[in-house]
Design a protein around this ligand. Structure first.
Ligand code: ZN
Length: 235
């Protein structure tokens, strides 16, 4: 049996604290934001790509699954390999797909947007980096072009003519970087998150997406457990 003092030492050690879950999404609170001018910027190298918009289905074994909306299901746009990548700390992460959640998964001082886009990038070593973009109802944007026709749950993907991937990002180039996880099964940690400024999408497109996922397709916010956000610019 361990002496009590040794047990207490384990509980308060930084090693034990680092094993607390680092799950996503989270609520961004202003007091957890750090300014670090030396932090490397996120270098974005996006080009043009045709897209295949697919309905991602999680209940393929269910005979009624084509009508049932699982909260982990979504509309996902696959990009052509090599059409876009970002570089963070000298590591290249290729853009592989982007998809949407309603309502938004990340919150900002408790505020929740109606929609959030996740641009998913993967390094050669299999590490993931996701750029999250909150979307509110307003002016038409490239997101309207992408979601003009939603892919049916058990039908053919929708082909979308070439878009400029840069136009998926907001004009405001500030992001908040933190360490998190996938927001769907298996919730793997070690995901680099960059939360971007808001963009707009038309109310008609927003309503169409909300109509498909009438019960929502987002995960609840998870505890921060002492994590911080660092302001990082996009270049
Ligand atoms: Zn997502």
């Amino acid at each position: 049996m361990l002496p009590l003092v040794a047990v207490a030492a384990i509980v308060v050690s930084p090693v034990a604290q680092s094993k607390l879950p680092a799950q996503s999404p989270v609520n961004v609170v202003p007091e957890a934001i750090q300014i670090d001018p030396t932090h490397p910027k996120l270098d974005v190298s996006y080009g043009h790509s045709e897209l295949e918009l697919k309905y991602i289905r999680k209940d393929a074994a269910n005979p009624n699954g084509c009508q049932v909306r699982d909260h982990e299901e979504t509309e996902e746009a696959e990009v052509k390999p090599g059409s876009g990548f970002v570089t963070a700390g000298g590591v290249r992460f290729d853009l592989i797909q982007f998809h949407f959640h309603t309502p938004a998964e990340h919150r900002f001082a408790g505020r929740q947007y109606p929609l959030e886009m996740h641009l998913v990038h993967r390094s050669a070593a299999g590490k993931l980096l996701v750029v999250g973009v909150p979307l509110r109802a307003g002016e038409h944007s490239t997101v309207d072009t992408v979601l003009a026709k939603l892919a049916p749950e058990c039908g053919a993907p929708v082909h979308i003519h070439s878009i400029n991937l840069n136009t998926l990002l907001p004009h405001n180039k500030h992001t908040l970087h933190y360490q998190g996880s996938l927001t769907t099964h298996p919730f793997d940690e070690g995901v680099q998150w960059y939360l971007a400024a808001e963009k707009t999408v038309s109310q008609a497109t927003l309503s169409r997406f909300q109509g498909l996922f009438s019960h929502g397709n987002s995960r609840a916010v998870q505890p921060l457990n002492g994590r911080h956000f660092t302001e990082v610019g996009l270049i």
